[in-house]
Design a protein around this ligand. Structure first.
Ligand code: DC
Length: 234
């Protein structure tokens, strides 16, 4: 019988993590957990409540919020204290503040603890910036998705267009570069390629290619695992 694995997918904004992770989860019958949505939910709540951006205030806020991620037929629904914030957490104000909120250790501690609970029994695909390095350093499958900045900008603009929102290309580029810098240079759990991760450059890949590549890694792992189990049972 195949093992229910933990699949960690990390990488910068726009590398294709969420669509890839969702499809891999669908294919395997696993749960998909978008950890960026959790940091966005805390950021939205902080902006709504005018919370000062410092460790104790934001940490207490993060600890107090009931954040739920629910799979639906058209993607993941995000609820905060029962309120549907799926759209609100993608708005520009949240996007431009989320990396600042994510630097605070107490915010990260609160969310990492929940992410570990959600992935406790395996059978999960989790995407973010620190999943393979901090949240699940022992994940069976670790993937680091990257793509050229131009391509990531192009994807962000197309995604927004599809939501009926017109974005200026240069502004998106500036924000992506700023966010990469903040996410990679912060002191606590910076965005890095986790040890043991397989890097996939998605610049010229379709989503289906990316999904396929990860499914092959899963398949390879399962085959090795069943061989090892067969030998250890002799
Ligand atoms: O994946 P995303 O763009 O929705 O993530 C939003 C921000 O949340 C990202 O810029 C940094 C932060 N984040 C993080 O610090 N750690 C994670 N595991 C996921 C997201």
């Amino acid at each position: 019988m195949s093992q229910r694995l933990t699949i960690a997918i990390d990488g910068p904004a726009g590398a294709g993590k969420s669509t890839t992770a969702r499809k891999v989860a669908e294919h395997l019958g696993y749960v998909y957990i978008d950890t960026g949505a959790m940091y966005r939910a805390v950021t939205l709540a902080a902006l709504q409540r005018d919370t000062t951006f410092e460790d104790v205030a934001l940490g207490e806020l993060a600890e107090s919020l009931d954040i739920r991620l629910e799979p639906t037929t058209d993607g993941q629904r995000v609820l905060v204290n029962g309120e549907d914030v799926t759209r609100a957490i993608r708005e520009a104000a949240v996007t431009s503040n989320v990396s600042q909120v994510s630097v605070f250790p107490r915010v990260r501690r609160a969310l990492v603890q929940r992410q570990r609970m959600l992935g406790l029994h395996g059978g999960v695909v989790m995407d973010g910036r620190d999943i393979g390095s901090v949240v699940f350093p022992h994940a069976e499958i670790k993937v680091f998705l990257v793509a050229d900045v131009d391509e990531r900008v192009r994807r962000r603009v197309i995604d927004a267009d599809q939501r009926g929102e017109h974005l200026d290309v240069e502004t998106v580029r500036r924000h992506i570069i700023e966010r990469d810098k903040l996410d990679s240079e912060r002191e606590v759990s910076p965005l890095i390629k986790p040890e043991g991760a397989v890097e996939i450059d998605t610049t010229h890949c379709t989503i289906d290619d990316q999904v396929q590549r990860i499914l092959e890694l899963v398949d390879g792992y399962q085959k090795t695992y069943s061989l090892v189990s067969a030998f250890t049972n002799i």
